[in-house]
Design a protein around this ligand. Sequence first.
Ligand SMILES: Nc1ncnc2c1ncn2[C@@H]1O[C@H](COP(=O)(O)OP(=O)(O)O)[C@@H](O)[C@H]1O
Ligand SMILES: [Mg+2]
Length: 278
Amino acid sequence: MAADSATHAFPLPAILEYPSSTPPQLITQGAEGRLYKSTYLLPSIPCALKYRPPKPWRHPVLDARLTRHRILAEARNLAKCRREGVPVPTVYAIDESAGWLMMEWVAGVPVRAAINEWLQRRRDAERAEGRSGDAIVEGTRDADADLVALLRRIAAAVGRMHKIGIIHGDLTTSNMMLRPWERGKEPANGHNVEGDGLLEGDIVIIDFGLASQSTSEEDRAVDLYVLERAFTSTHSRAEKLFTTILESEYREAFKQAPIVLKKLEDVRMRGRKRSMLG
Ligand SMILES: Nc1ncnc2c1ncn2[C@@H]1O[C@H](COP(=O)(O)OP(=O)(O)O)[C@@H](O)[C@H]1O
Ligand SMILES: [Mg+2]
């Protein structure tokens, strides 16, 4: 049903017109592209197809070249992460001329949704106790342990990605998925098993559409700054906690990490000056 309307609204890439056990499902429609869920490979294996349709307002030859370059870059950066043990979806297939990239479907929810839900529950609990519910999350209460552990996993995943020379370019909590741990196979990384399970799971970094390769401390610091700003604007009650944990966890990720964090202070300063100038 949903796939039908999607088909009418915009043409599907040819690969999604092939017979498959379930119709392709449009998950998101961004400025640059669309993301479909499909079972094209095997009924039991869902996959994510990222499609960048032609942009009628661009010159067709330039548009095709740009799309090709971006898809190839995204696939290359995903493949490099995968090879080097950074948790990202596996690339299954690619047709850069047709404008699509097919990859592993990551089960779970975006980190943004999980954190927002957690903050909402906390607010409700505080209100039930007669408090305002707007308290800053300090990370010191027992109940905060799950969030602290999640923020550590985020910082560690970003650190691993930077270590192998990848800059993400669009780090936000929407571009990270929380893949649930398999029942009965909980990893021995000291997470809080008493919690409600909302924040449990492995961080999987997605959306390498703006990624590039660099080991420059400046580029890495800007990547962190983008994440910090995104985090601050979406989960402001946990902003300080995030910064503290990012700094302590990222610092351990690789040799030059302390230099990157020093640079991050400069980048923040420049950002503040810029916003004062308006
Ligand atoms: N491999 C995947 N598995 C599951 N969901 C995905 C996957 N890739 C993307 N998504 C979902 O689709 C959304 C858009 O994909 P993304 O790569 O971020 O594209 P965009 O460039 O449009 O932001 C993501 O925020 C996520 O919710
Ligand atoms: Mg995205």
